[in-house]
Ligand binder design. Sequence first.
Ligand code: FMN
Length: 204
Amino acid sequence: MTAAHDSAPDAPVPMHLRLVSSENHAPSERSAEPPRNGTAPAQAAPVSEEEFRRALAVHAAGVVVVTARPEGVPVGLTATSFSSVSLDPPLVSFYVAQSSTTWPALRLADHFAVNVLAGDQADVAARFAKKDIDRFAHPTRWSDGPRDVPLLHDVSAHLICRPHHTVEVGDHILVVGLVTSTSVSPAGRPLLYHKGRFGRFLPY
Ligand SMILES: Cc1cc2nc3c(=O)[nH]c(=O)nc-3n(C[C@H](O)[C@H](O)[C@H](O)COP(=O)(O)O)c2cc1C
């Protein structure tokens, strides 16, 4: 798999990669593991923020926009942390930053949609990561789906989910959803994110 970078050289760094410096961690915060057999566990120092970011940046990821309409107001945010979790039951997940201003509303929704972006939707990804704008205003194209969930147009797939589980993990919240319905566009090629840039998938 190769990702050809073709757009958005100034793409924003994902919020979930903006890390607190490990220099600020007290030694006691570095390991949650209790001592075993009376010996203290080896203290593995965390990598520096710079090193961690550089390593994560080479992992190409698909891009989704998670949408919902809690209390009648559409909300949504771009995420690369989307993942499948379980086949039976059908579970998927994403991570949202604890600092997200969208999460307090999103968490109230009884359903949400994962919109899997297509290769030509870098502009949609950038819009749903931008602060202080109406992400659903023109030129965003969307309509109401099942359970009033906002569905973005022209995406590769929609997965409608019921919230199943949330867990606080570090500075993020793991959100697991039970998939209740899906729709897939047969011609869909994915949008990818790699080294801070959007790109497309080129099959061998
Ligand atoms: C390519 C890309 C991937 C992102 N992935 C995530 C993610 O997985 N989780 C997350 O919380 N924020 C992610 N963000 C940041 C959010 O889209 C958004 O910018 C951030 O949540 C701030 O908006 P909010 O306050 O409305 O949440 C990503 C941004 C970009 C551009």
